[in-house]
Design a protein around this ligand. Structure first.
Ligand code: ADP
Length: 484
């Protein structure tokens, strides 16, 4: 039986435009709006990090008491506003000791030592908030390890308050599981009987994601292929068997794109907006990238862009292995990212030496948009990729992705077929330098020697649509399948 109007609590550690380190924030800023547009009541909850300006938010009159086991009760302030261009309320959990710092999960010295307590506190506060608001969720939607305690919390400690609530866990990236000292069980207060190898225990420590996989009523992940991959030893990060034993409740739902933000026709970061009919604006964007990065201003040269975390997951080892060879070709390469120190040093040294390579180490929304628009091709050779958003953004900008066939990259990118002149990008399979180099070479060859096919692929890529409206319907179907 499906319910016409569902009440949904959506809890996430990061939400665009308030705080973002990756795709989780994009999803959390867009999916709730699409769900609301389908006529459901949804509230979003996130931590009030230091960088979120309180003066633009409304403070709720009374604070929340949050029971923290053997640490006693701690207090949280609550602030609220709405997600931009929507009526979706978002609530911010404020607690100076836990969230009043720079960085979401880490600072220059590394990961925060109390991340376990910070996010158990947040998870419990989100449930307490529902009680305070008299908001009775039909569905509690948790995301990644940060909120992975919520499914069991709602069935134990908060049982009486959430009798009718079902829980959904979305895995945005299985690599990060929330692995902590087992003493956390005392702070969670779900009962030590749940500390066993079928639930929260892993190598005598607490694994929050593992517990949530056991207890959530449904699990979703962000592409159909990744839903398959996480059940294998290659991509399961040790949880593959556990996930297989819960695969009856596992669904793959591809992320959408917020086209209000990622479309060259409306993108405020671009020097010139463009669309499939007025495609020439892309040239101005290309020139803008060349100017910004002090590259030779040539509109005939191929530019390959990269935006992303410098992490092994993103295939930076492969990029490092082929970059010098690629730069010997007639091409410019632009990279924006931050992450592993060796990669930052390695790419910086090359940027210093090679005039056709430019690098920006850091995080910049403006540059991410400019690179999407100004490049001809977008490099994303990920080793694994739950969904991947940048390759989908690239399609919208007519920037053809060069990808490895992993997870969501495989689900969204159709390899160029020279005979049929079809496809929306260039795809390789083996995670080897050779495979990547040959594919980049092929893409550049196509750019120079088969421009008709290249441009026609760009234009058809721009017409593709990966809307949140479709994805939101799939989430609602999952929610409804739990309610009877
Ligand atoms: P992941 O979540 O694994 O990092 P996704 O492709 O799902 O990868 O999402 C990454 C998001 O973060 C995209 O919106 C991308 O544009 C953005 N991003 C990543 N690194 C940077 C950066 N250095 N500057 C600006 N945006 C970035």
């Amino acid at each position: 039986m499906s319910k016409e109007k569902l009440n949904i609590l959506f809890a996430a550690a990061e939400v665009v435009p308030f705080a973002k380190t990756g795709g989780l924030a994009d999803v959390s800023g867009a999916l709730p709006k699409a769900i609301k547009e389908l006529g459901h009541d949804i509230i979003v909850v996130m931590p009030r990090y230091y960088k979120i300006d309180k003066s633009k938010l409304t403070k709720l009159p009374s604070p929340l008491g949050v029971p923290m086991g053997d640490m006693g009760e701690l207090w949280a302030g609550v602030y609220t506003t709405t997600l931009p261009n929507s009526e979706v309320p978002i609530y911010f959990i404020d607690h100076e000791e836990y969230f009043g710092r720079h960085g979401l999960y880490e600072d220059e010295k590394g990961g925060f030592k109390d991340n376990d307590k910070r996010f158990i506190f947040f998870s419990k506060a989100a449930l307490q908030l529902c009680k305070m608001l008299n908001f009775a969720p039909d569905v509690i939607h948790a995301n990644d390890w940060h909120t992975a305690a919520m499914p069991l919390l709602s069935k134990t400690m908060f049982y009486e308050d959430f009798l009718n609530a079902k829980s959904v866990l979305t895995i945005h990236n299985l690599q990060h599981q929330g692995n902590f000292d087992k003493g956390l069980m005392n702070v969670m207060e779900v009962g030590w009987e749940h500390f066993n190898s079928y639930e929260f225990e892993s190598y005598n420590r607490v694994n929050l994601l593992k517990g949530a996989i056991a207890h959530a009523d449904a699990i979703t992940t962000v592409s159909k292929k990744y839903a398959q991959e996480i059940q294998t030893a290659e991509f399961g990060f040790g949880l593959e068997k556990h996930i297989r034993s819960h695969s009856h409740k596992l669904f793959g739902i591809l992320n959408g794109v917020d086209y209000d933000e990622w479309s060259p026709a409306v993108d405020e970061y671009l020097v010139k907006k463009y669309d499939v009919r007025k495609f020439s604006g892309k040239k101005a964007c290309k020139k803008d990238v060349q100017t910004h990065f002090h590259l030779e201003a040539r509109d005939d040269i191929a530019i390959i862009g990269f935006v992303g975390r410098f992490a092994e997951q993103k295939g930076i080892g492969l990029i490092a292995g082929v970059l010098e060879g690629v730069l010997d070709l007639d091409v410019q390469v632009v990279m924006l990212g931050t992450g592993e120190k060796w990669a930052e040093d390695f790419f910086s040294e090359i940027a210093y030496r090679r005039p056709n390579f430019a690098l920006h180490i850091g995080y910049s929304d403006a540059l991410a948009h400019k690179i999407e628009a100004g490049s001809d091709m977008f490099l994303m050779p990920s080793i694994f990729e739950p969904c991947g958003l940048n390759q989908i953004y690239s399609l919208s900008y007519g920037t053809l992705p060069i990808v490895r066939a992993a997870g969501g990259l495989d689900d969204t990118i159709v390899n160029f077929n020279e005979l049929e002149k079809k496809g929306n990008g260039f795809k390789f399979y083996d995670a080897t330098n050779e495979a990547l180099y040959h594919t980049v070479f092929w893409a550049i060859e196509t750019y120079y020697h088969n421009p008709k096919a290249f441009v026609s692929m760009q234009k058809s890529a721009m017409k593709e649509h990966f809307g949140w409206d479709e994805a939101a319907k799939e989430y609602i179907d999952v929610y409804n399948s739990l309610i009877n």
